[in-house]
Design a protein around this ligand. Structure first.
Ligand SMILES: Cc1cc2nc3c(=O)[nH]c(=O)nc-3n(C[C@H](O)[C@H](O)[C@H](O)COP(=O)(O)OP(=O)(O)OC[C@H]3O[C@@H](n4cnc5c(N)ncnc54)[C@H](O)[C@@H]3O)c2cc1C
Length: 299
């Protein structure tokens, strides 16, 4: 009974600050007794699993700066700025995202079901640290802006993920996705779960690379994640492909490097060895299909 009461507990207070600084000051004041809440889908799911809400929730819903999405052209550079509280359903429908950041749309489409995506935010997906959109954002070279002790700071998503683990007061403000120049790119996102749809991920991989007509690879980013592990870039595997001409020999080396480099967290349904092999197979087979397509065109 005591356990049921704890699960049913509602937070003692919900604060609705109007600015990021105000939210951050509340978090600093209440510290471990408070949590940010955006869409609330993850926090609600945890509550249903028996993890009670903290005494205070700090809702980010009234902070206008976190709600917008805009395309910005700044000299030669152009990027999409996405507020942390933009809903996954808005990203799924966005024509900008569909046209120039397709793998993010692929990733969003595969998170939960429409009812969850209508509430869930991109910031919540990232700050949950294992969100399935993170590999796509890493592959796309996302930068993010966040608020902490040192004010508003901007860096790569990789750096943010490290910092946010260390400092619980961090508030994610926005995500910046660079627009790739109109050249040839190989880009893909693949999520594997135990069912075909509406499934938690076991493995998620995403890749973005520029490829010349001679199959010369440059500006490659490979990311892998899934399950409860924190997604990450596979930089040693990227280094094998950067500057190389795609071939079966190179891909054999990349396979070995992913097996060596990727260090997934085993789950209830899959061992680390299984997850590693699945990630290596997914990544290498996509490049191999690209090569096969070239051969078919020659015949
Ligand atoms: C049925 C169901 C299925 C799901 N399936 C998937 C799935 O397939 N893939 C997947 O990736 N996820 C899945 N989720 C998990 C979750 O719903 C999503 O990750 C969602 O994007 C979280 O966003 P949210 O806005 O609801 O986060 P919230 O629940 O509001 O917050 C999540 C965490 O992030 C923190 N937070 C939120 N915003 C910020 C911010 N701006 N700055 C700092 N901290 C912040 C919160 O304090 C909390 O710790 C699922 C959830 C449910 C209920």
């Amino acid at each position: 009974m005591a356990e049921q009461e704890e699960i049913a507990a509602v937070p003692a207070a919900v604060y609705r600050p109007a600015s990021i600084r105000e939210a951050w000051e509340l978090k600093r004041k209440f510290n471990e007794n408070a949590a940010m809440i955006a869409g609330g889908t993850l926090l609600q799911m945890k509550r249903e699993q028996g993890i009670a809400f903290p005494p205070c929730l700090i809702s980010l819903e009234n902070i206008q700066a976190l709600q917008a999405m805009e395309f910005i052209e700044d000299g030669a550079a152009a990027y999409l700025k996405i507020g942390a509280c933009v809903r996954l359903s808005a990203l799924r429908k966005s024509l900008f995202v569909k046209k120039d950041w397709r793998i993010l749309q692929e990733a969003v489409k595969q998170v939960a079901a429409p009812a969850v995506r209508n509430r869930a935010t991109i910031g919540g997906n990232i700050c949950y640290m294992s969100g399935d959109t993170i590999p796509a954002l890493l592959a796309l070279g996302a930068k993010v802006a966040w608020f902490s002790e040192r004010g508003l700071k901007m860096d790569t998503l990789e750096v943010f993920l490290q910092q946010a683990r260390l400092h619980s007061n961090t508030i994610l403000a926005s995500i910046y996705l660079p627009k790739q120049p109109p050249e040839n790119w190989i880009s893909f996102y693949q999520k594997v779960g135990r069912r075909a749809a509406f499934t938690p991920s076991l493995v998620v991989v995403s890749v973005c690379a520029k490829v010349s007509n001679e199959n010369h690879i440059s500006r490659i980013r490979i990311a892998a994640g899934g399950g409860a592990g924190q997604p990450k870039r596979l930089t040693a595997s990227e280094a094998l492909l950067e500057g190389a001409v795609l071939s079966e020999e190179i891909l054999a080396g990349v396979y070995e490097k992913i097996m060596e480099e990727y260090d997934p967290l085993p789950g209830n349904f899959a061992s680390a060895a299984y997850l590693k092999t699945a990630a290596a197979n997914l990544i290498v087979s996509r490049f191999a299909r690209f090569l096969d397509r070239e051969d078919e065109a020659d015949e």
